[in-house]
Design a protein around this ligand. Structure first.
Ligand code: SAM
Ligand code: SF4
Length: 334
């Protein structure tokens, strides 16, 4: 097969949106089983279908050459992937050479072990998922997690000089009482806080609509006590940000269901199988793994895929409605 020279043309989709943000899911595996994310007996991908660390690094480098300026490592749980340190260092070497930022989203279970490595690789900010500060509720939501371990992970990240943003999924009946304690805890521990509505991705046990709560309702007790002021903070993500009266915490709200945010979407997602998904909530994708392994036209595939990037997701979360897509969030990378 004739080797094609890599393209450096900037990535732009068929709706004129410039694509500058890559979410890289480095594994579909996880050491937790959060109820809204996975089934308890999840089956994971066989090894042959998973990109090696070298393959992921090569694809990421190709994306940076095409104008990707920010990469977030995610999963599954990125810190359970063997070789994550090698990948972080390899991508960290691109900082200042096209890449502006390397970040990571983690459940925090292994953060105490990896925080200094991440800081050394050039990571400056991490998102840690923490839905509650109640140890029993944490165990219930994650099925197997230990809250104390997650909190030690956050402390280690702060100790290594990383900024930490807590991701909290709003769950009716499971953590509605936790918003005010979480805000106070974030203020005391130097963290920001982003709230997320549950999205209908993949089958989980039970009916997801049982735990869906729109964020305006979840945030109502906070608004009753303190004023929120919109702040113009652009992170390239879907969150809207607010300053809170008498609090150092910046509050982010991600409302894919109650307030669609697709118009300014600047991101694509690369899964550990080597598929590029154009949208978290749609099935459109291209397979780069075969092209990468067989010396095929990776850039041509990326361009063809971008031309067809959907304008928007169409999530719905009604009782007994099917998930928008069969893929779990852990497969595409949240
Ligand atoms: N394991 C890491 C973690 O939990 O931070 C990274 C991957 S996880 C899929 C990324 C984020 O997606 C987490 O903040 C998690 O709470 C969120 N998430 C997972 N499933 C979701 C769903 N169905 N709806 C909304 N958020 C979800
Ligand atoms: Fe694992 Fe993250 Fe999904 Fe929880 S949300 S099961 S920690 S991938």
């Amino acid at each position: 097969m004739v080797a094609l020279s890599p393209s450096t043309a900037p990535l732009t989709d068929g709706h004129g949106r410039r694509i500058s943000y890559l979410r890289l899911s480095v594994t579909d595996r996880c050491d937790l089983r959060c109820r809204y994310c996975m089934a308890e007996d999840m089956t994971f991908l066989p090894k042959a279908e998973v990109l090696s660390i070298e393959e992921m690094a090569r694809l990421a480098e190709r994306f940076v050459a095409r104008g990707i300026r920010r990469i977030r490592l995610t999963g599954g749980e990125p810190l359970v992937r063997r070789g994550i340190d090698i990948l972080a260092k390899r991508l960290g070497a691109l900082l200042g050479k096209g890449l502006d930022e390397l970040t990571l989203t983690t459940n925090g279970m292994r953060l105490a072990e990896y925080a200094s490595m991440l800081a050394e690789a050039g990571v400056r900010r991490v998102n840690v998922s923490l839905d509650t500060l109640d140890a029993a509720a944490f165990r219930h939501i994650t099925r197997v997690g230990d809250l104390a371990v997650a909190l030690r992970g956050v402390a280690a990240a702060r100790g290594a000089g990383l900024s930490v943003k807590i991701n909290m999924v709003a769950l009716a009946g499971l953590n509605e009482d936790q918003l005010l304690p979480m805000l106070d805890w974030c203020a005391a521990n130097g963290c920001d806080l982003t709230l997320i509505e549950t999205m209908p991705l993949g089958e989980v046990e039970g009916d997801r609509s049982d735990h869906y709560v729109p964020l305006h309702q979840f945030v109502a007790p906070l608004r009753a006590e303190r004023a929120l002021f919109p702040v113009d903070k652009r992170t390239g993500g879907p969150a809207r940000y607010f300053a809170i009266e008498d609090s150092p915490v910046t509050l982010g709200l991600i409302t894919p269901l109650s307030d669609n945010f697709c118009a300014t979407c600047n991101r694509i997602r690369l899964t550990v199988e080597g598929r590029v998904y154009m949208c978290l909530g749609q099935d459109d994708h291209v397979d780069l793994r075969t092209a990468l392994r067989d010396g095929g036209d990776v850039d041509g595939l990326i361009d063809a895929a971008l031309a067809g990037k959907p304008r928007a997701h169409d999530f719905q979360i009604e009782r007994e409605s099917k998930p928008a897509v069969a893929r779990h969030m852990s497969a595409t990378g949240g």
